[in-house]
Design a binder for this molecule. Structure first.
Ligand code: HEM
Length: 492
Protein backbone atom coordinates (compact mmCIF):
# COMPACT_ATOMS: atom_id res chain seq x y z
CA UNK A 1 0.00 0.00 0.00
CA UNK A 2 1.41 3.36 -0.96
CA UNK A 3 0.32 6.87 -1.86
CA UNK A 4 -0.24 7.79 -5.51
CA UNK A 5 2.73 9.70 -7.00
CA UNK A 6 2.76 13.42 -6.22
CA UNK A 7 3.06 15.91 -9.09
CA UNK A 8 6.12 18.12 -8.66
CA UNK A 9 5.45 21.72 -7.64
CA UNK A 10 7.55 24.66 -6.45
CA UNK A 11 5.25 26.50 -4.05
CA UNK A 12 3.88 24.41 -1.16
CA UNK A 13 0.25 25.46 -0.61
CA UNK A 14 -0.35 26.83 -4.11
CA UNK A 15 0.85 23.59 -5.73
CA UNK A 16 -0.14 23.10 -9.38
CA UNK A 17 -3.04 25.57 -9.27
CA UNK A 18 -1.70 27.67 -12.16
CA UNK A 19 -1.20 24.77 -14.59
CA UNK A 20 -4.52 23.16 -13.62
CA UNK A 21 -6.38 26.48 -13.85
CA UNK A 22 -5.00 27.38 -17.24
CA UNK A 23 -5.74 24.13 -19.05
CA UNK A 24 -6.75 21.17 -16.87
CA UNK A 25 -6.89 18.68 -19.75
CA UNK A 26 -3.36 19.45 -20.99
CA UNK A 27 -2.11 19.43 -17.39
CA UNK A 28 -3.59 15.95 -16.82
CA UNK A 29 -2.10 14.68 -20.09
CA UNK A 30 1.39 15.86 -19.16
CA UNK A 31 1.08 14.31 -15.67
CA UNK A 32 -0.10 11.05 -17.23
CA UNK A 33 3.05 10.87 -19.34
CA UNK A 34 5.13 10.94 -16.19
CA UNK A 35 2.99 9.09 -13.66
CA UNK A 36 0.35 7.02 -15.49
CA UNK A 37 -3.39 7.13 -14.84
CA UNK A 38 -3.26 7.82 -11.09
CA UNK A 39 -1.46 10.77 -9.47
CA UNK A 40 -1.99 13.44 -6.84
CA UNK A 41 -1.52 17.18 -7.26
CA UNK A 42 -1.77 20.04 -4.81
CA UNK A 43 -4.50 22.60 -5.45
CA UNK A 44 -4.47 25.50 -3.00
CA UNK A 45 -3.93 23.29 0.01
CA UNK A 46 -6.10 20.39 -1.18
CA UNK A 47 -4.65 17.05 -2.16
CA UNK A 48 -6.39 15.98 -5.33
CA UNK A 49 -5.90 12.45 -6.69
CA UNK A 50 -6.71 12.25 -10.39
CA UNK A 51 -7.85 8.94 -11.86
CA UNK A 52 -7.86 8.95 -15.65
CA UNK A 53 -9.45 6.82 -18.37
CA UNK A 54 -12.71 4.81 -18.31
CA UNK A 55 -11.58 2.94 -15.18
CA UNK A 56 -10.73 6.24 -13.52
CA UNK A 57 -14.23 7.52 -14.39
CA UNK A 58 -15.68 4.35 -12.85
CA UNK A 59 -13.60 4.84 -9.67
CA UNK A 60 -15.10 8.29 -9.06
CA UNK A 61 -18.62 7.98 -10.49
CA UNK A 62 -19.17 4.45 -9.21
CA UNK A 63 -17.67 4.90 -5.72
CA UNK A 64 -19.86 4.24 -2.67
CA UNK A 65 -21.40 7.54 -1.60
CA UNK A 66 -20.57 6.87 2.04
CA UNK A 67 -16.86 6.97 1.12
CA UNK A 68 -16.73 9.00 -2.10
CA UNK A 69 -18.88 12.04 -1.35
CA UNK A 70 -19.86 15.04 -3.46
CA UNK A 71 -21.28 17.33 -0.80
CA UNK A 72 -17.99 18.23 0.93
CA UNK A 73 -16.45 19.27 -2.38
CA UNK A 74 -19.33 21.08 -4.08
CA UNK A 75 -21.28 22.29 -1.02
CA UNK A 76 -19.08 25.30 -0.14
CA UNK A 77 -19.60 26.62 -3.69
CA UNK A 78 -23.25 25.76 -4.27
CA UNK A 79 -24.96 26.14 -0.88
CA UNK A 80 -24.68 29.97 -0.72
CA UNK A 81 -26.11 30.09 -4.27
CA UNK A 82 -28.80 27.37 -4.23
CA UNK A 83 -29.67 27.77 -0.53
CA UNK A 84 -30.23 25.57 2.51
CA UNK A 85 -31.46 21.98 2.69
CA UNK A 86 -31.15 20.99 -0.95
CA UNK A 87 -28.64 19.26 -3.25
CA UNK A 88 -25.29 19.31 -1.34
CA UNK A 89 -26.67 20.86 1.86
CA UNK A 90 -28.54 17.71 2.85
CA UNK A 91 -27.74 14.01 3.26
CA UNK A 92 -27.16 12.19 -0.02
CA UNK A 93 -30.34 10.10 0.43
CA UNK A 94 -32.37 13.32 0.53
CA UNK A 95 -30.70 14.56 -2.68
CA UNK A 96 -31.68 11.27 -4.32
CA UNK A 97 -35.33 11.89 -3.37
CA UNK A 98 -35.11 15.48 -4.60
CA UNK A 99 -33.74 14.31 -7.95
CA UNK A 100 -36.64 11.90 -8.28
CA UNK A 101 -39.16 14.68 -7.52
CA UNK A 102 -37.77 16.76 -10.36
CA UNK A 103 -37.43 13.80 -12.67
CA UNK A 104 -41.15 12.95 -12.48
CA UNK A 105 -42.00 16.43 -13.70
CA UNK A 106 -39.68 16.17 -16.70
CA UNK A 107 -41.93 13.89 -18.73
CA UNK A 108 -42.16 13.23 -22.43
CA UNK A 109 -45.55 14.95 -22.41
CA UNK A 110 -44.00 18.17 -21.16
CA UNK A 111 -41.16 17.94 -23.66
CA UNK A 112 -43.77 17.80 -26.44
CA UNK A 113 -45.02 21.26 -25.42
CA UNK A 114 -41.54 22.62 -24.76
CA UNK A 115 -40.43 22.34 -28.39
CA UNK A 116 -43.01 24.89 -29.55
CA UNK A 117 -42.18 27.19 -26.62
CA UNK A 118 -38.43 27.10 -27.26
CA UNK A 119 -38.97 27.66 -30.99
CA UNK A 120 -41.21 30.62 -30.19
CA UNK A 121 -38.67 32.21 -27.82
CA UNK A 122 -35.81 31.86 -30.33
CA UNK A 123 -37.95 33.24 -33.17
CA UNK A 124 -38.94 36.23 -31.03
CA UNK A 125 -35.33 36.81 -30.02
CA UNK A 126 -34.14 36.85 -33.64
CA UNK A 127 -36.96 39.23 -34.57
CA UNK A 128 -36.26 41.74 -31.82
CA UNK A 129 -32.66 41.58 -30.53
CA UNK A 130 -30.44 44.42 -31.86
CA UNK A 131 -27.63 41.93 -32.73
CA UNK A 132 -29.97 40.49 -35.37
CA UNK A 133 -30.63 43.83 -37.01
CA UNK A 134 -29.89 42.59 -40.52
CA UNK A 135 -32.07 39.53 -39.94
CA UNK A 136 -34.89 41.93 -39.24
CA UNK A 137 -34.35 43.70 -42.59
CA UNK A 138 -35.79 42.51 -45.87
CA UNK A 139 -32.55 42.16 -47.81
CA UNK A 140 -31.41 38.57 -47.49
CA UNK A 141 -27.96 39.35 -48.89
CA UNK A 142 -27.01 41.55 -45.96
CA UNK A 143 -24.56 39.92 -43.53
CA UNK A 144 -24.63 40.74 -39.82
CA UNK A 145 -22.74 39.44 -36.83
CA UNK A 146 -23.57 38.29 -33.29
CA UNK A 147 -21.58 37.49 -30.17
CA UNK A 148 -22.14 33.78 -29.88
CA UNK A 149 -21.81 33.12 -26.15
CA UNK A 150 -23.75 36.23 -25.08
CA UNK A 151 -26.57 35.40 -27.50
CA UNK A 152 -26.81 31.76 -26.46
CA UNK A 153 -26.70 32.62 -22.76
CA UNK A 154 -29.72 34.86 -23.28
CA UNK A 155 -31.60 32.33 -25.41
CA UNK A 156 -30.89 29.60 -22.85
CA UNK A 157 -32.20 31.47 -19.83
CA UNK A 158 -35.28 32.71 -21.73
CA UNK A 159 -36.16 29.25 -22.97
CA UNK A 160 -35.52 27.63 -19.56
CA UNK A 161 -37.68 30.29 -17.91
CA UNK A 162 -40.50 29.76 -20.40
CA UNK A 163 -40.47 25.95 -19.98
CA UNK A 164 -38.99 24.58 -16.74
CA UNK A 165 -39.24 27.60 -14.49
CA UNK A 166 -42.85 28.57 -15.07
CA UNK A 167 -44.94 31.45 -16.25
CA UNK A 168 -44.20 33.87 -13.41
CA UNK A 169 -40.43 33.57 -13.84
CA UNK A 170 -40.65 34.15 -17.60
CA UNK A 171 -42.81 37.22 -17.04
CA UNK A 172 -40.24 38.61 -14.60
CA UNK A 173 -37.19 37.99 -16.78
CA UNK A 174 -37.18 41.57 -17.95
CA UNK A 175 -38.13 42.93 -14.54
CA UNK A 176 -35.12 42.39 -12.35
CA UNK A 177 -34.92 38.60 -12.35
CA UNK A 178 -32.10 38.66 -14.93
CA UNK A 179 -29.96 40.89 -12.68
CA UNK A 180 -30.53 38.66 -9.66
CA UNK A 181 -29.51 35.71 -11.79
CA UNK A 182 -26.31 37.51 -12.87
CA UNK A 183 -25.32 38.28 -9.25
CA UNK A 184 -25.86 34.67 -8.27
CA UNK A 185 -23.93 33.47 -11.28
CA UNK A 186 -20.97 35.65 -10.35
CA UNK A 187 -20.89 33.71 -7.09
CA UNK A 188 -20.07 30.49 -8.94
CA UNK A 189 -16.37 30.98 -9.65
CA UNK A 190 -13.18 29.12 -8.63
CA UNK A 191 -12.55 31.88 -6.04
CA UNK A 192 -15.94 31.32 -4.42
CA UNK A 193 -15.25 27.60 -4.44
CA UNK A 194 -11.93 27.99 -2.64
CA UNK A 195 -13.26 30.57 -0.16
CA UNK A 196 -16.98 30.37 0.61
CA UNK A 197 -17.06 33.72 2.35
CA UNK A 198 -14.85 36.75 1.83
CA UNK A 199 -15.62 40.41 2.54
CA UNK A 200 -15.84 41.26 -1.18
CA UNK A 201 -18.68 42.84 -3.19
CA UNK A 202 -19.29 39.70 -5.29
CA UNK A 203 -19.97 37.70 -2.10
CA UNK A 204 -22.32 40.33 -0.71
CA UNK A 205 -24.18 40.56 -4.02
CA UNK A 206 -24.41 36.76 -4.18
CA UNK A 207 -25.97 36.58 -0.69
CA UNK A 208 -28.43 39.41 -1.33
CA UNK A 209 -29.42 37.91 -4.69
CA UNK A 210 -29.93 34.50 -3.13
CA UNK A 211 -32.19 35.87 -0.44
CA UNK A 212 -34.26 37.89 -2.92
CA UNK A 213 -34.57 35.03 -5.36
CA UNK A 214 -35.52 32.55 -2.67
CA UNK A 215 -38.26 34.93 -1.46
CA UNK A 216 -39.36 35.52 -5.03
CA UNK A 217 -40.01 31.79 -5.59
CA UNK A 218 -41.61 31.40 -2.16
CA UNK A 219 -43.99 34.28 -2.94
CA UNK A 220 -44.99 32.56 -6.16
CA UNK A 221 -45.70 29.37 -4.21
CA UNK A 222 -47.81 31.25 -1.64
CA UNK A 223 -49.71 33.09 -4.38
CA UNK A 224 -50.44 29.91 -6.22
CA UNK A 225 -51.70 28.27 -3.06
CA UNK A 226 -53.76 31.24 -1.87
CA UNK A 227 -55.34 31.85 -5.25
CA UNK A 228 -55.69 28.19 -5.96
CA UNK A 229 -53.85 28.68 -9.22
CA UNK A 230 -52.73 25.34 -10.53
CA UNK A 231 -50.36 25.85 -13.45
CA UNK A 232 -50.46 22.13 -12.85
CA UNK A 233 -48.21 21.41 -15.76
CA UNK A 234 -44.93 22.87 -14.56
CA UNK A 235 -42.07 21.73 -12.34
CA UNK A 236 -42.99 23.98 -9.42
CA UNK A 237 -46.57 22.67 -9.36
CA UNK A 238 -45.30 19.12 -9.45
CA UNK A 239 -42.96 19.77 -6.51
CA UNK A 240 -45.87 21.32 -4.54
CA UNK A 241 -47.78 18.07 -4.88
CA UNK A 242 -45.10 15.57 -3.87
CA UNK A 243 -43.99 14.27 -0.48
CA UNK A 244 -40.82 12.71 0.92
CA UNK A 245 -40.90 8.97 1.62
CA UNK A 246 -41.70 9.68 5.27
CA UNK A 247 -44.83 11.60 4.24
CA UNK A 248 -43.38 15.07 4.78
CA UNK A 249 -44.41 17.62 2.09
CA UNK A 250 -41.55 19.52 0.49
CA UNK A 251 -41.22 22.84 2.40
CA UNK A 252 -41.53 26.00 0.30
CA UNK A 253 -37.93 27.07 0.90
CA UNK A 254 -36.72 23.71 -0.42
CA UNK A 255 -38.88 24.01 -3.54
CA UNK A 256 -37.51 27.52 -4.06
CA UNK A 257 -33.94 26.31 -3.66
CA UNK A 258 -34.45 23.34 -5.97
CA UNK A 259 -35.76 25.72 -8.63
CA UNK A 260 -32.66 27.92 -8.21
CA UNK A 261 -30.44 24.82 -8.44
CA UNK A 262 -32.14 23.74 -11.67
CA UNK A 263 -31.78 27.20 -13.16
CA UNK A 264 -28.07 27.32 -12.40
CA UNK A 265 -27.33 23.67 -13.31
CA UNK A 266 -28.86 24.07 -16.75
CA UNK A 267 -27.56 27.48 -17.74
CA UNK A 268 -23.85 27.35 -18.61
CA UNK A 269 -23.96 23.67 -19.49
CA UNK A 270 -26.60 24.21 -22.17
CA UNK A 271 -25.49 27.64 -23.36
CA UNK A 272 -21.87 26.62 -23.78
CA UNK A 273 -22.86 23.42 -25.64
CA UNK A 274 -25.12 25.36 -28.01
CA UNK A 275 -22.40 27.99 -28.52
CA UNK A 276 -19.86 25.34 -29.49
CA UNK A 277 -22.39 23.73 -31.84
CA UNK A 278 -22.96 27.04 -33.66
CA UNK A 279 -19.22 27.73 -33.81
CA UNK A 280 -18.60 24.34 -35.44
CA UNK A 281 -21.49 24.83 -37.86
CA UNK A 282 -20.17 28.28 -38.77
CA UNK A 283 -16.75 26.70 -39.30
CA UNK A 284 -18.18 23.81 -41.36
CA UNK A 285 -20.90 25.16 -43.67
CA UNK A 286 -21.09 21.69 -45.28
CA UNK A 287 -22.36 20.17 -42.02
CA UNK A 288 -24.67 23.14 -41.45
CA UNK A 289 -26.09 22.45 -44.91
CA UNK A 290 -26.63 18.76 -44.03
CA UNK A 291 -28.46 19.85 -40.91
CA UNK A 292 -30.56 22.34 -42.88
CA UNK A 293 -31.42 19.69 -45.49
CA UNK A 294 -32.43 17.30 -42.71
CA UNK A 295 -34.87 19.96 -41.48
CA UNK A 296 -36.17 20.58 -45.03
CA UNK A 297 -36.63 16.84 -45.64
CA UNK A 298 -38.64 16.24 -42.47
CA UNK A 299 -40.40 19.51 -41.81
CA UNK A 300 -40.22 21.64 -44.97
CA UNK A 301 -43.56 22.88 -46.33
CA UNK A 302 -44.26 22.78 -50.07
CA UNK A 303 -44.53 26.56 -50.41
CA UNK A 304 -41.45 27.26 -48.27
CA UNK A 305 -41.11 27.57 -44.50
CA UNK A 306 -41.33 24.80 -41.93
CA UNK A 307 -43.81 23.08 -39.70
CA UNK A 308 -43.07 22.52 -36.02
CA UNK A 309 -41.19 19.33 -35.14
CA UNK A 310 -42.54 16.97 -32.53
CA UNK A 311 -40.58 15.52 -29.63
CA UNK A 312 -40.56 12.03 -31.17
CA UNK A 313 -39.26 13.47 -34.43
CA UNK A 314 -36.54 15.48 -32.69
CA UNK A 315 -35.21 12.28 -31.17
CA UNK A 316 -34.89 10.64 -34.59
CA UNK A 317 -32.80 13.12 -36.55
CA UNK A 318 -29.39 11.49 -37.15
CA UNK A 319 -27.48 14.62 -38.21
CA UNK A 320 -28.78 16.76 -35.34
CA UNK A 321 -28.09 13.92 -32.93
CA UNK A 322 -24.53 13.45 -34.21
CA UNK A 323 -23.84 17.19 -34.10
CA UNK A 324 -24.89 17.40 -30.43
CA UNK A 325 -23.09 14.20 -29.42
CA UNK A 326 -19.87 15.16 -31.12
CA UNK A 327 -19.97 18.65 -29.64
CA UNK A 328 -20.44 17.21 -26.15
CA UNK A 329 -17.52 14.86 -26.82
CA UNK A 330 -15.17 17.68 -27.76
CA UNK A 331 -16.50 20.30 -25.33
CA UNK A 332 -17.77 18.65 -22.15
CA UNK A 333 -18.89 21.71 -20.16
CA UNK A 334 -17.71 20.19 -16.85
CA UNK A 335 -14.03 19.24 -17.04
CA UNK A 336 -13.49 17.99 -13.48
CA UNK A 337 -15.80 15.70 -11.51
CA UNK A 338 -14.75 15.70 -7.87
CA UNK A 339 -15.54 13.82 -4.66
CA UNK A 340 -14.25 13.98 -1.11
CA UNK A 341 -12.73 10.81 0.35
CA UNK A 342 -14.22 10.00 3.77
CA UNK A 343 -12.23 6.81 4.40
CA UNK A 344 -8.92 5.46 3.06
CA UNK A 345 -9.75 4.01 -0.34
CA UNK A 346 -7.61 1.48 -2.27
CA UNK A 347 -7.28 2.06 -6.01
CA UNK A 348 -8.01 -1.04 -8.13
CA UNK A 349 -4.84 -2.63 -9.54
CA UNK A 350 -6.27 -2.40 -13.06
CA UNK A 351 -6.40 1.41 -12.83
CA UNK A 352 -2.88 1.92 -11.55
CA UNK A 353 -0.52 0.42 -8.98
CA UNK A 354 3.02 0.94 -7.72
CA UNK A 355 3.89 -2.70 -8.46
CA UNK A 356 2.22 -6.03 -9.23
CA UNK A 357 1.71 -6.97 -5.60
CA UNK A 358 0.75 -3.64 -4.05
CA UNK A 359 -1.90 -0.96 -4.49
CA UNK A 360 -2.23 2.79 -4.17
CA UNK A 361 -4.44 4.04 -1.39
CA UNK A 362 -6.19 7.41 -1.50
CA UNK A 363 -6.22 8.59 2.13
CA UNK A 364 -9.19 10.01 3.97
CA UNK A 365 -9.36 13.79 3.51
CA UNK A 366 -8.12 13.72 -0.11
CA UNK A 367 -10.27 14.75 -3.07
CA UNK A 368 -10.58 12.41 -6.07
CA UNK A 369 -11.09 13.76 -9.56
CA UNK A 370 -12.24 12.15 -12.83
CA UNK A 371 -12.13 13.95 -16.15
CA UNK A 372 -14.46 12.63 -18.83
CA UNK A 373 -13.37 15.73 -20.78
CA UNK A 374 -10.00 14.00 -21.20
CA UNK A 375 -11.24 10.46 -21.88
CA UNK A 376 -13.71 11.82 -24.44
CA UNK A 377 -10.85 13.29 -26.48
CA UNK A 378 -8.14 10.80 -25.66
CA UNK A 379 -6.08 9.78 -28.73
CA UNK A 380 -5.49 6.44 -26.98
CA UNK A 381 -9.25 5.75 -27.27
CA UNK A 382 -10.66 7.74 -30.20
CA UNK A 383 -9.63 7.90 -33.85
CA UNK A 384 -8.69 11.49 -34.80
CA UNK A 385 -9.59 12.42 -31.25
CA UNK A 386 -9.06 16.15 -31.69
CA UNK A 387 -11.18 16.45 -34.81
CA UNK A 388 -14.86 17.43 -34.56
CA UNK A 389 -16.22 14.73 -36.85
CA UNK A 390 -19.97 14.06 -36.80
CA UNK A 391 -19.65 10.96 -39.00
CA UNK A 392 -18.24 8.93 -36.11
CA UNK A 393 -21.78 8.80 -34.64
CA UNK A 394 -23.61 7.99 -37.83
CA UNK A 395 -22.93 4.26 -37.89
CA UNK A 396 -24.91 1.42 -36.33
CA UNK A 397 -22.95 1.40 -33.09
CA UNK A 398 -23.63 5.08 -32.49
CA UNK A 399 -27.34 4.57 -32.96
CA UNK A 400 -27.39 1.48 -30.74
CA UNK A 401 -25.82 3.43 -27.90
CA UNK A 402 -28.67 5.90 -28.10
CA UNK A 403 -31.34 3.24 -27.88
CA UNK A 404 -30.30 2.04 -24.43
CA UNK A 405 -32.58 2.98 -21.58
CA UNK A 406 -30.75 3.96 -18.45
CA UNK A 407 -32.20 3.15 -15.06
CA UNK A 408 -30.10 3.47 -11.94
CA UNK A 409 -30.98 0.67 -9.51
CA UNK A 410 -29.15 2.42 -6.76
CA UNK A 411 -30.88 5.79 -6.91
CA UNK A 412 -34.11 4.48 -8.48
CA UNK A 413 -33.96 7.33 -10.98
CA UNK A 414 -35.01 6.53 -14.52
CA UNK A 415 -32.95 8.60 -16.93
CA UNK A 416 -34.86 7.42 -20.01
CA UNK A 417 -33.20 6.86 -23.35
CA UNK A 418 -29.97 8.74 -23.11
CA UNK A 419 -27.04 9.76 -25.20
CA UNK A 420 -24.90 7.65 -22.97
CA UNK A 421 -24.85 3.91 -22.55
CA UNK A 422 -25.35 2.55 -19.07
CA UNK A 423 -22.51 2.21 -16.65
CA UNK A 424 -19.85 4.26 -14.96
CA UNK A 425 -16.91 2.67 -16.82
CA UNK A 426 -17.07 4.51 -20.11
CA UNK A 427 -14.87 7.04 -21.89
CA UNK A 428 -17.94 9.06 -22.98
CA UNK A 429 -19.82 10.54 -20.02
CA UNK A 430 -20.83 14.16 -20.75
CA UNK A 431 -23.76 13.82 -18.34
CA UNK A 432 -21.85 11.90 -15.69
CA UNK A 433 -22.93 8.51 -14.33
CA UNK A 434 -24.04 6.79 -11.14
CA UNK A 435 -25.83 8.47 -8.23
CA UNK A 436 -24.95 12.00 -9.24
CA UNK A 437 -25.78 11.59 -12.89
CA UNK A 438 -27.50 14.47 -14.63
CA UNK A 439 -31.31 14.55 -14.52
CA UNK A 440 -31.41 17.38 -17.07
CA UNK A 441 -30.11 15.44 -20.08
CA UNK A 442 -33.45 14.92 -21.81
CA UNK A 443 -34.49 18.49 -21.20
CA UNK A 444 -31.11 19.74 -22.42
CA UNK A 445 -31.45 17.75 -25.64
CA UNK A 446 -34.90 19.27 -26.26
CA UNK A 447 -33.64 22.76 -25.49
CA UNK A 448 -30.35 22.53 -27.41
CA UNK A 449 -31.88 20.56 -30.32
CA UNK A 450 -34.74 23.03 -30.77
CA UNK A 451 -32.57 26.15 -30.47
CA UNK A 452 -30.17 24.80 -33.11
CA UNK A 453 -32.93 23.66 -35.45
CA UNK A 454 -34.73 27.00 -35.26
CA UNK A 455 -31.50 28.90 -35.90
CA UNK A 456 -30.37 26.67 -38.77
CA UNK A 457 -33.76 27.02 -40.43
CA UNK A 458 -33.50 30.80 -40.36
CA UNK A 459 -29.87 31.81 -40.91
CA UNK A 460 -26.63 30.79 -42.60
CA UNK A 461 -23.46 31.24 -40.54
CA UNK A 462 -19.72 31.76 -41.08
CA UNK A 463 -16.97 31.96 -38.54
CA UNK A 464 -15.44 35.41 -38.01
CA UNK A 465 -11.78 34.97 -37.14
CA UNK A 466 -10.04 31.83 -35.89
CA UNK A 467 -11.91 29.05 -34.06
CA UNK A 468 -11.98 30.13 -30.38
CA UNK A 469 -10.07 28.21 -27.75
CA UNK A 470 -11.75 26.92 -24.59
CA UNK A 471 -11.72 29.25 -21.59
CA UNK A 472 -11.21 27.30 -18.36
CA UNK A 473 -11.18 30.28 -16.02
CA UNK A 474 -14.78 29.88 -14.82
CA UNK A 475 -16.20 26.66 -13.36
CA UNK A 476 -17.38 25.57 -16.85
CA UNK A 477 -15.61 25.36 -20.19
CA UNK A 478 -16.90 28.13 -22.43
CA UNK A 479 -15.53 29.60 -25.69
CA UNK A 480 -12.92 32.31 -25.19
CA UNK A 481 -14.30 35.82 -25.75
CA UNK A 482 -14.69 37.70 -27.97
CA UNK A 483 -16.15 35.29 -30.48
CA UNK A 484 -18.45 36.46 -33.21
CA UNK A 485 -20.38 34.59 -35.86
CA UNK A 486 -21.33 36.22 -39.15
CA UNK A 487 -24.85 35.39 -40.33
CA UNK A 488 -27.24 36.00 -43.17
CA UNK A 489 -30.99 35.42 -43.21
CA UNK A 490 -32.22 32.47 -45.27
CA UNK A 491 -34.92 32.99 -47.84
CA UNK A 492 -37.75 31.47 -45.80
C1 HEM B 1 -25.48 16.48 -12.79
C2 HEM B 1 -23.68 17.64 -17.17
C3 HEM B 1 -27.77 20.09 -18.20
C4 HEM B 1 -29.34 19.34 -13.68
C5 HEM B 1 -24.64 16.59 -13.89
C6 HEM B 1 -23.34 15.96 -14.00
C7 HEM B 1 -22.85 16.29 -15.22
C8 HEM B 1 -23.82 17.13 -15.89
C9 HEM B 1 -21.49 15.86 -15.80
C10 HEM B 1 -22.67 15.09 -12.94
C11 HEM B 1 -21.88 15.90 -11.94
C12 HEM B 1 -21.11 15.05 -10.95
O1 HEM B 1 -21.16 13.82 -11.00
O2 HEM B 1 -20.41 15.62 -10.09
C13 HEM B 1 -24.66 18.38 -17.83
C14 HEM B 1 -24.56 18.81 -19.21
C15 HEM B 1 -25.72 19.50 -19.50
C16 HEM B 1 -26.53 19.49 -18.30
C17 HEM B 1 -23.38 18.52 -20.14
C18 HEM B 1 -26.18 20.15 -20.78
C19 HEM B 1 -25.59 20.05 -21.93
C20 HEM B 1 -28.55 20.09 -17.07
C21 HEM B 1 -29.85 20.71 -16.97
C22 HEM B 1 -30.28 20.51 -15.70
C23 HEM B 1 -29.25 19.75 -14.99
C24 HEM B 1 -30.57 21.42 -18.13
C25 HEM B 1 -31.59 20.91 -15.06
C26 HEM B 1 -32.72 20.95 -15.68
C27 HEM B 1 -28.44 18.48 -13.06
C28 HEM B 1 -28.63 17.94 -11.72
C29 HEM B 1 -27.53 17.09 -11.48
C30 HEM B 1 -26.68 17.16 -12.66
C31 HEM B 1 -29.80 18.22 -10.78
C32 HEM B 1 -27.33 16.20 -10.26
C33 HEM B 1 -26.25 16.64 -9.34
C34 HEM B 1 -25.92 15.55 -8.33
O3 HEM B 1 -26.62 14.53 -8.20
O4 HEM B 1 -24.93 15.72 -7.61
N1 HEM B 1 -24.92 17.30 -15.05
N2 HEM B 1 -25.85 18.81 -17.32
N3 HEM B 1 -28.22 19.52 -15.85
N4 HEM B 1 -27.27 17.99 -13.59
FE1 HEM B 1 -26.62 18.33 -15.47
Amino acid sequence: RSLPPLVFHWIPWFGSAAQYGQDPVEFFKSCREKHGNVFTFILLGRRVTVTLGPKGNDFVFGGKHTVVAAEEVYGPLTTPVFGKDVVYDCPNEVLMEQKKFVKVSLTTDKFRDYIGMVDDEVTQFLSTDPAFRTYQMDDINEWGSFSVYKTLAEMTILTAARTLQGKEIRENMTKGFAELYADLDHGLTPLHWMFSNLPLPSYRKRDVAHEKMSQFYQNILRNRRNNNVGYEDDVMASLMNQTYRDGRPIPDHEIAHMMIALLMAGQHTSSSTTSWVLLHLADRPDIAEQLYQEQVKHFGLPGGGFREMTYDELKKLPILDAVIRETLRCHAPIHSIMRYIRDDLPVPQSLGAPSEDSVYVVPKGYTVLASPALSQMDPLIWKDANTWDTTRWLDAAGMAAQAKREYDEDTKVDFGFGLVSKGTESPYLPFGAGRHRCIGEQFAIVQIGTIISTIVRKIEMRLEGPFPKPDYSSMMVVPQQPCQIAYRRRKF
